[in-house]
Design a binder for this molecule. Structure first.
Ligand SMILES: [Zn+2]
Length: 162
């Protein structure tokens, strides 16, 4: 089965980032116009997530567009995971770049050294695990934000019925 991909419209930038963190393929269109969101979704065989009813009426995305009803992030995540029967990850394991949806690779501390300009030295000293995005090159590490992500994941797992 091919993994489902989403394209989120401009209102849902934060949702896009969090879907990626929970291993769901979510693309962000290169431009904000409805026209571009639609053609980008068609081009990538993706389902559009939006809050815009008019956008969903466009012929090219009929049946491939879903209007998000929830207002806050936790509820939006629940809505998407339930609607599309997505499995919530058991634990947070970075796989997709929150910035660009590229694949993340584990890298060693030795590979970090050459990248030092991007990461504060304190982080290098205190973190054990690092990832690099294969597409945009951004480096990520296990840090203080880890708790926030895990807490949100736990809340999501409690909420969803699938
Ligand atoms: Zn990236």
């Amino acid at each position: 089965m091919e993994t489902i991909k989403f394209v989120c419209d401009v209102m849902l930038k934060n949702l896009t980032r969090w879907l990626r963190m929970f291993n769901v393929n979510a693309l962000y269109p290169p431009s904000e116009s409805d026209e571009d969101v639609v053609s980008f979704a068609v081009q990538h065989s993706a389902v559009v997530l939006t809050k815009d009813k008019e956008l969903c009426k466009r012929r090219a995305v009929i049946g491939k567009c879903y209007i998000i009803k929830s207002e806050n992030l936790d509820d939006m995540l629940k809505e998407v995971f339930e609607k599309f029967l997505l499995p919530a990850p058991k634990t947070f394991t970075p796989k997709l770049c929150p910035l660009c949806n590229g694949e993340l690779y584990r890298i060693g501390i030795d590979e970090i050294e050459s990248n030092k300009n991007k990461i504060p030295p304190k982080v290098i000293k205190n973190s054990e695990r690092f990832w690099r995005c294969g597409s945009c090159g951004q480096v990520f590490w296990e840090g203080t934000h880890w708790n926030e992500i895990n807490n949100r994941l736990e809340r999501l797992k409690k909420k969803i019925k699938n």
